[in-house]
Design a protein around this ligand. Structure first.
Ligand code: ATP
Length: 334
């Protein structure tokens, strides 16, 4: 296959450390990539103002694919999240987050293998907020038929392609009767076109309890935006932490691959961030680019390293640095 052009956004905090690791592993797998690097993190604001977000988006439209590190948004900063802007402006409506147990990782559960499909453009992330007066603020949780049907279709198509057994729709339609009611109704309508896939419906709070009690029972989880965000961290916790969970943001002909985790300011600059999540996101990106063999090689290399239990970062019970772990993955996946 020819050379691919990919936009690389290193991001903030641990972002540059873990995206550099992913770059190395992808290149060592024999895939030729021309990296188009855009520094658009919160730490990239210079004396002349905002980082070149428009230019980065233009380039993502041109290349079709990006690999991205986490970008910080400070609460009460008055600024919108760059990550959310990228998702919304590029129409990346589906956020796909596979959560799979890694052999050898200290965790209460083994054999978890579920996938979160999160609606990525609306819900409480619509950005429609207003201050009513000094003591009251409101946010609008926008749910539309179009976006709800589109994400439901994505989830069921994914389940069919991957031969998954069930899709569970997470909702709170007993309380949010109009908004979650519409989301649930759309999921039911779409589910009717997939008779071979079981459609389960679960109220979000009960689903959280189910996940903690018996995570192996779950398959594909279809969620409105904020529920998907929260469930993703919960689910990452089931398999040993945020260092392990990759994500893909997918739209029409465009996709951004990233880790579920944020910029992890508490460990940034120490060289101990776990690069697994971004490396696995890189493997998802390669599969998306049609480089399945290289993607498989990387995934198998990562799993092999965990099986051996050596050269792991502290979050998964080891003492290795990001660089040592990356080198070990490289050695396993060539
Ligand atoms: P955001 O709101 O941007 O998603 P967050 O509040 O979820 O961020 P994170 O930055 O993801 O927070 O960090 C949460 C915890 O997980 C921190 O203790 C952090 O050190 C840990 N963590 C996140 N990513 C990694 C990683 N790659 N390796 C090791 N630990 C990590």
């Amino acid at each position: 296959m020819g050379k691919h052009s990919v936009v690389l956004i290193p991001g903030d905090g641990v972002g540059p450390e873990v995206t550099a690791a992913a770059q190395k592993v992808i290149e060592a797998a024999g895939v030729e990539i021309e990296w188009r690097i855009f520094e658009v993190g919160a730490e990239d604001w210079g004396p002349h103002g905002a980082p070149p977000l428009e230019a980065a988006m233009e380039e993502i439209r041109r290349c079709g694919v990006a690999l991205k590190g986490p970008i910080t948004t400070l609460p009460n900063s008055g600024l919108r999240s760059v990550t959310v802007m990228l998702r919304q402006n590029l129409g990346l409506y589906a956020n796909l987050r596979p959560i799979k147990s890694m052999p050898g990782v200290p965790s209460r559960y083994q054999d978890v293998d579920l996938v979160i499909v999160r609606e990525n453009t609306e819900g409480l992330y619509s950005g429609i907020e207003r201050r009513v007066n000094a003591d009251t603020a409101e946010a609008i949780r926008r749910i539309t038929r179009e976006a709800s049907r589109r994400i439901a279709r994505f989830a069921f198509e994914y389940a069919r392609r991957q031969r998954r057994q069930a899709v569970t729709t997470a909702h709170k339609a007993n309380i949010l009767q109009l908004s979650d009611g519409l989301f649930l109704q759309c999921a039911r309508e779409v589910a009717a076109d997939y008779p071979e896939i079981e459609h389960r419906e679960r109220i979000i709070d009960a689903l959280c309890m189910d996940l903690v009690l018996d995570p192996q029972r779950h398959d594909v989880l279809l969620c409105p935006n904020l529920y998907g965000d929260i469930l993703s961290d919960l689910a990452a916790g089931l398999i040993g932490g945020l260092g392990l969970a990759p994500a893909a943001n997918i739209g029409e002909g465009l996709a951004i691959f990233e880790a579920v985790h944020g910029s992890a300011p508490d460990i940034a600059g120490q060289g101990i961030a776990n690069p697994t999540a971004v490396i696995l996101a890189g493997a998802m990106m390669l599969a998306h680019l049609g480089e399945e063999a290289a993607a498989r090689k990387i995934e198998e290399g990562v799993r092999e390293l965990y099986v051996r239990g050596e050269h792991l970062t502290p979050d998964v019970g080891g003492q290795a640095s990001t660089e040592e772990m990356t080198e070990a993955i490289l050695a396993m996946s060539v």
